[in-house]
Design a protein around this ligand. Structure first.
Ligand code: GRF
Length: 214
């Protein structure tokens, strides 16, 4: 049976669109039950509506704490029938209760080669450090930010003189390859989170790797 999953966004939603494409062309045996955003102005919402996907805005209420927000989010996800949650540029830190409830069924994509460069502004920091390599990581979400078991990475070599915008665009192209692959594995029952590691086909991975085609 096709895996029902929810995608959480805050912005453009290009990863959400890549996931949706993969449900249509068979790379993911799944269907998106809800696209949820914490911001009504997220551009990805219009794109999702245009594709006929159900969209929900769950904006933080004035004075609401992280737990309260997490409960409303969990309710919306549960009522959509999702069995997996894919964070795709969702810019809010989730509370412990939410993460525990969804542990092993909660994926995120991070624009760096974790464990390097957790947090924000990864491309800028990689360029400032003069690193030779960069990329993105799909990982299971745990309570510690950007610290869960890595499933798959897209990797590239930096080019001389490359700026932040160019680097970001190359990383995003890799994101659109590796995120559908990870969700596709999960939907096929090939990916799980166990003993603090990601397992694919019954073997711990550390993580799978896709190199940019040059
Ligand atoms: C991506 O770069 C992702 O790695 C990060 O947020 C960005 C979201 O981009 N978590 P988009 O909204 O999917 O285009």
């Amino acid at each position: 049976m096709a895996l029902p999953f929810a995608v959480l966004i805050s912005g453009r939603g290009s990863n959400m669109l890549a996931l949706e494409r993969a449900t249509r062309d068979g790379r993911i045996d799944g269907r998106i039950t809800a696209v949820i955003s914490d911001r009504a102005d997220a551009a990805g919402l219009d794109a999702a509506r245009g594709l006929g996907l159900a969209t929900t805005v769950i904006a933080p209420a004035p004075g609401e704490d992280r737990d309260g927000y997490g409960r409303r989010l969990a309710d919306a996800i549960a009522s959509s029938g999702a069995a997996l949650v894919a964070l795709a540029g969702f810019m809010r830190v989730l509370d412990r209760g939410f993460v525990r409830a969804w542990q092993g069924r909660l994926l995120n994509i991070h624009p760096a080669l974790l464990p390097a460069y957790r947090g924000l502004h990864t491309h800028r920091r990689v360029l400032a450090a003069g690193d030779a390599r960069h990329g993105c990581t799909v990982h299971f979400v745990v309570e510690e930010l950007d610290a869960g078991p890595a499933v798959i990475q897209g990797r590239l070599k930096l080019r001389p003189g490359e700026d932040e915008a160019a680097l970001s665009a190359r990383v995003q192209r890799l994101e659109h390859i590796v995120y559908p692959r990870a969700v596709g594995w999960f939907a096929a029952g090939r990916l799980e989170c166990r003993d603090g590691a990601a397992w694919i086909d019954g073997r711990p991975v550390g993580p799978a790797v896709v190199e940019e085609k040059t």
